[in-house]
Design a protein around this ligand. Structure first.
Ligand code: SF4
Ligand code: URA
Length: 237
């Protein structure tokens, strides 16, 4: 008889304790705001994932049903690459090919990501780890809902803790919003160093978007140069 994930976690002393992940407070407007910003907090299990090692994390993700995306996936896609990487790239969520193969960024967008990595002297798996904001494929490749990213956040959070990357690159809006726990517009947020806890975060366009938008490819190139420069500085610190 197999135990449910909750039972397993309880056996391991890791039963979820729900806490509120507070969103950054919006700047006060000139009008008195009487409503507390509780609408933008999300519930995440604090200790359910907090102590998991890689094998436990992979097992938890593969049997996860914390959101509706768990219902239609073929398999959850945890991530791929060097678990001691300086670079962590975070995408949106698996597509059809990723869902079939169990590896992130293996379709068209993945080819472009590989080229982007090559452009700054990087290679999948070598000092690079690739993950997604949600681990299960959204039906019809729709954008993950904020609640789905929030439900999946503890897994990415634990991946970051285990990898301890020097730099995190958010590919597109859902990844940026999950990492920065705020509304993000890529055009406004690129070219700056943001932070998730102590980890520097750079935001750029998603490769699937770049496949459709020639204009922004030159901006993506600027972002790649900015990333490489930032990493050099971080490595020299
Ligand atoms: Fe669980 Fe994340 Fe899959 Fe939702 S997307 S079922 S939270 S692993
Ligand atoms: N797009 C993503 O955001 N992630 C993948 O893994 C594949 C395509």
């Amino acid at each position: 008889m197999s135990l449910s994930r909750e039972q397993t976690l309880r056996e391991m002393g890791l039963a979820p304790q729900w806490r509120l992940r507070a969103a950054p407070v919006e700047p006060a407007s000139s009008v008195a705001v009487v409503v507390e910003p509780v609408a933008v907090v999300s519930l995440v299990p604090e200790s359910a994932t907090g102590l998991l090692n890689w094998d436990q994390l992979a097992a938890a993700v593969s049997s996860c049903h914390q959101c509706v995306l768990g219902e239609q996936r073929n398999q959850a896609v945890l991530g791929v690459g060097d678990r001691n990487a300086d670079w962590l790239f975070v995408g949106e969520g698996p597509g059809a090919e990723e869902d079939a193969r169990g590896e992130p960024f293996v379709g068209q967008a993945g080819k472009l990501l590989d080229s982007m990595l090559a452009a700054i002297g990087l290679k999948r798996g070598k000092d690079v780890y690739i993950a997604n904001a949600v681990k299960c494929r959204p039906p019809n490749n729709r954008t993950p809902e904020p609640e789905e990213s929030a439900a999946c956040w503890p897994y990415l959070e634990r991946q970051i803790e285990l990898i301890e990357p020097k730099l995190i690159v958010a590919l597109g809006r859902p990844a940026a919003q999950a990492l920065l726990n705020a509304e993000v517009k890529i055009g406004a947020a690129r070219g700056q160093i943001h932070r998730y806890r102590e980890f520097p975060v750079i935001v750029t366009y998603h490769p699937a978007y770049l496949l459709r938008s020639l204009l922004d490819k030159s901006k993506a190139w600027e972002d790649l140069c900015f990333m490489r420069r930032t990493m050099r500085e971080l490595q020299n610190d």
